[in-house]
Design a protein around this ligand. Sequence first.
Ligand SMILES: [Zn+2]
Length: 95
Amino acid sequence: VDGSPNQVIWKFNSKGGFTTKFVYEWLEKDLSGPDYKLIWKAKIPLKIKIFLWQLFQNAIPTRDNLRKRNWPGNPTCSFCHDIETADHLFFGCVF
Ligand SMILES: [Zn+2]
């Protein structure tokens, strides 16, 4: 507005005000999406929760992931001839 001084605003807050509480909540939201809350709140053993979390992060040592770390082995599935990915192993493989 003409005549009013320039003002610094924090664009991630609808009211434009910066608060550490808001930043903390914003960071928390990005770190644990709803998919992970579903896992962590499930009434299943902790080792299964950790396994599912790794699966969603694509951090299971499937052959395609091992190849990314220069593992020299065969990247195909032990049961069929497709490339072994987490998606293939748990959802796509016919066996
Ligand atoms: Zn397969």
